[in-house]
Design a protein around this ligand. Structure first.
Ligand SMILES: *Cc1c(COP(=O)(O)O)cnc(C)c1O
Length: 426
């Protein structure tokens, strides 16, 4: 089984874009994003109420958020700037889920001010939240199922994860929240990352449904919606299959019919906060080969670096690579494809079979639409690249400019430096 890796522009179209917007840059395909959003909404229309709160951290660009919001998506935020981005994109009120941890008091206060659904990470945060801004009417708690749930490669075993309440703490926590005035309750968990198995996501929902039923029958807490979290995987490698979203929704609906309906909890909302699967496959890092090198290995040096896309260097993650115009060329060469950071793990690919690449060739890194530029950084004085959006009418518009040296220096005051007495011998 396999997934075909595509790019929405021909080499000629891309060269025309590059003439205006020099490489490197991220390109996102709006039509594909919309089609995918509609597919998710259609699959989950089997529930009385469904909301996808797009995980802002995956692609924190307000233009993309606005596109997703127009398809009915909410936002999942974890920090004050992410809450502001959601607001700027027009995602407001309970469409915003605030799933944070080790949260500062002022961020809770801001989340409450804008009417976001606050998702508590720990039982001690009930008193913390009350002190920070009072207990809102609607509140969510994050469940960590511990040894009840098998681990997942990236996120690890739940019992080793820092997130969430234990089961006992949840019962105590909801009762306490009710005593303090909360009237509407949600239940959240997130136990997966880049998980391609539909069963895994269905089992997670089942765990939440069972817990919602138990909370109702034992302490009379009625959960209004469960949030199954993020973690829906994408096939980074061409030999992997995509997650069958319809199958996930169908499986969760079966669990709903088996647990939620007999427990008398229908209608119960089903929410997710998917990031990667929403934007990942519809974003590309577009770069140019600026050097080739032949030593103990053969290298292709790109004008982008790990500072633009850190997943390969950080996790050894696979990102598919193609060379526009050479899609059909035989993969006769073996290269390490590298960036310019003074770090030997700044490699987009190690010993990858590719067509012959020459200096000047455009090189496209696939599946970079989530946790791509978002994870970028400025180490080594690297400036992060900008972002372009391919509109459905074929126009390419900038949605974030490339960083400049002035951006990099923006937090420094060189006037202060000129009068700063560093001491020492003159
Ligand atoms: C990272 C994260 C997500 C999104 O994860 P994806 O793997 O991108 O779907 C959702 N919710 C929370 C709480 C997260 O930390």
């Amino acid at each position: 089984m396999s997934t075909t890796k595509t790019f929405p522009l021909t080499r000629e179209q891309l060269e025309a874009v590059v003439a205006t917007f020099p490489t490197p840059f991220y390109l996102y395909d709006e039509a594909a994003l919309r089609a995918n959003a509609r597919r998710v909404n259609a699959a989950f229309s089997v529930f009385p109420e469904f909301t996808e709160h797009f995980a802002v951290k995956a692609l924190p660009n307000p233009f993309v958020l606005k596109v997703l919001a127009s398809e009915g998506f909410g936002a999942d935020c974890a920090s004050l700037p992410e809450l502001i981005l959601a607001q700027k994109a027009g995602i407001t009120g309970e469409a915003v889920m605030f799933t944070s941890n080790e949260t500062p008091a002022r961020e809770y206060a801001f989340a409450r001010d804008i009417g976001a659904v606050i998702n508590l990470d720990d039982i001690t945060h009930i008193d913390f939240l009350e002190k920070a801004c009072g207990i809102p009417e609607v509140i969510s708690c994050r469940y960590n199922p511990g040894p009840l749930k098998e681990g997942n490669v990236i996120i690890g075993k739940p019992e080793e994860a820092k997130y969430g309440f234990t089961k006992e703490q949840l019962f105590e926590g909801y009762a306490k929240l009710r005593d303090k005035g909360a009237t509407r309750f949600a239940l959240h968990t997130m136990v997966a990352s880049n998980e391609l198995s539909a069963d895994y996501h269905v089992e997670t929902a089942r765990l939440l449904f069972e817990l919602a039923a138990e909370l109702h029958s034992t302490i009379g807490i009625r959960i209004e919606f469960v949030n199954v979290g993020g973690g829906a995987g994408i096939p980074y490698r061409p030999d992997q299959d995509e997650l069958d979203i319809e199958n996930v929704a169908r499986g969760i609906r079966e669990a709903y019919d088996a647990i939620v309906v007999p427990a008398g909890l229908d209608p119960l909302g089903v929410h997710v906060e998917w990031g990667r699967i929403i934007t990942g496959p519809y974003g590309w890092l577009v770069t140019r080969a600026i050097h080739t090198k032949d030593t103990y290995r053969r290298y292709i040096g790109l004008d982008a670096s790990m500072a633009d896309l850190m997943r390969p260097g950080m996790y050894g993650a696979y990102h598919h690579i193609t060379v526009p115009g050479k899609e059909a060329a035989p993969l006769t060469e073996t290269y390490d494809v590298v960036g310019g950071l003074c770090e030997n793990n700044d490699k987009f690919a190690v010993q990858r079979q590719l067509p012959e690449i020459e200096v000047g060739d455009l090189v496209v890194l696939h599946d970079a639409g989530a946790h791509g530029r978002a994870m970028g950084f400025n180490y080594n004085g690297k400036l992060r690249c900008g972002e372009l959006l391919l509109r459905p009418d074929g126009q390419v518009v900038p949605i974030r400019r490339t960083e400049t040296v002035d951006d990099y220096f923006a937090t420094l005051d060189f006037d202060e430096l000129s009068t700063f007495d560093a001491g020492g011998e003159a």
